[in-house]
Design a protein. Structure first.
Length: 387
């Protein structure tokens, strides 16, 4: 069957009831807009850690990543065969001005950060300033653009976790540098801040000194990562500081899952939306075919075969669903492209489009096959007689 030959007939049938078609199309557009945004979020969390280095391991406390580990573990981890370099990171949890939704800040050793994360690119003089200035910080390019920061600016942060020895929670950090990512994926992640550990550890409450949140282990051979991870955990087994070591991607995904199974939630909502549009579109298609029974009978009288009539009805369902999906995804692309800079890089990628295409095909079959089969089995005499 030549689709181009019969397209005007399908299009005319779709516009037979213009008001009903327009409202159905608007409903489909809204539904696929929601599905596109939900699946974009799902894709972000599912693939957001794909770019992370395969040669890095994260060592956290066995009980929870919120439990700090003592710094005395660092040389013992460095002594494990296959370990190239070890850094550490401590979540700071600071609030800038009166903003509730802030940006992530991590306290690090500047030199160890540079050695364990070569993906961050910054001029040498700025790295040296970060190392030599105790109260210094470096910020990602996207974060600096968002707030209009420049090198030399002082940024006050009110930490809801860490208290200074004098009881104050306000910490002031001097921007020593602005870093970029080595690739587009890493550039998208430049919405965070790193703080100098020296000033932090010296100024914080004495009981909290000498602790780190997690250790970042850079290995010489990524294929040796499972063995190295097992060896690190074995060294601290049955001690007061038992560890759990995993690759960086798994650590990030486990951190996200602390807030719930994001993928399941997004898919569950998408399923509910899909079920709703299935009922709506199915009713519309059934009603449209029911109203056109005499017309379909005339088509058969003119020589259209049963199979041709079946494909005409299916084509009508496919065109309606595809138009709704295309409009919805176009709106989703526009919305995600114009999100404020503080939002994560959200966009309908290849996974989202494949999901939507599959949804269109399933929806077309679900709402189009029953009325199409009815049209195919239609008896000309009964249809013209109104039976």
């Amino acid at each position: 069957m030549d689709a181009r030959k019969y397209f005007p007939l399908v299009w005319t049938a779709l516009l037979r009831k213009k008001t009903r078609t327009v409202f159905t199309l608007l409903s489909l557009t809204a539904a696929f807009l929601l599905i596109g945004l939900l699946q974009a979020v799902n894709s972000l969390f599912a693939g957001g850690a794909d770019f992370l280095g395969a040669n890095r391991l994260i060592v956290q406390a066995r009980t929870s990543f919120t439990q700090p580990l003592p710094m005395r573990l660092l040389p013992q981890i460095e002594a494990v065969p296959g370990v190239e370099r070890v850094g550490f990171s401590q979540f700071f949890g600071g609030q800038y001005r009166d903003e509730r939704a802030g940006f992530p800040q991590f306290v690090v050793d500047p030199q160890r950060l540079r050695e364990t994360y070569p993906e961050w690119v910054m001029p040498d003089e700025q790295w040296r300033a970060f190392v030599s200035t105790p109260d210094s910080a470096i910020v990602g390019r996207n974060l600096a653009l968002q707030y209009g920061w420049n090198v030399g600016d002082i940024v006050p942060l009110n930490s809801f976790i860490w208290t200074k020895a004098d009881g104050s929670r306000v910490w002031e950090w001097r921007i020593a540098g602005i870093f970029d990512g080595i690739s587009e994926k890493w550039q998208d992640q430049t919405q965070l801040m790193y703080l100098n550990y020296g000033h932090f550890d010296e100024a914080r409450n004495e009981r909290a000194r000498g602790l780190a949140g997690v250790f970042v282990v850079r290995v010489s051979d990524p294929l040796e990562s499972p063995r190295i991870a097992a060896e690190i955990d074995r060294r601290f087994a049955n001690s007061a500081d038992e560890t759990k070591t995993q690759n960086e991607q798994d650590f990030q995904l486990n951190f996200i899952n602390q807030f719930g199974d994001i993928g399941f939630i997004m898919n569950a909502i998408s399923g509910a939306v899909f079920f709703t549009i299935l009922i709506l579109t199915g009713f519309t298609m059934s009603q449209a075919v029911r109203e056109r029974i005499p017309e379909l009978a005339v088509l058969k009288c003119l020589g259209f075969t049963d199979r041709t009539v079946l494909w005409l009805v299916l084509g009508e369902a496919l065109l309606l669903c595809a138009l709704g999906a295309a409009l919805g995804m176009a709106l989703a692309a526009v919305i995600t492209a114009n999100l404020p800079p503080q939002f994560p890089p959200l966009q309908p990628d290849r996974r989202v489009w494949l999901f939507v295409i599959a949804a269109v095909l399933v929806l077309t079959c679900a709402v189009g096959v029953p009325p199409a089969l009815r049209a195919k089995r239609l008896k000309i005499v009964d249809a013209l007689a109104g039976r």
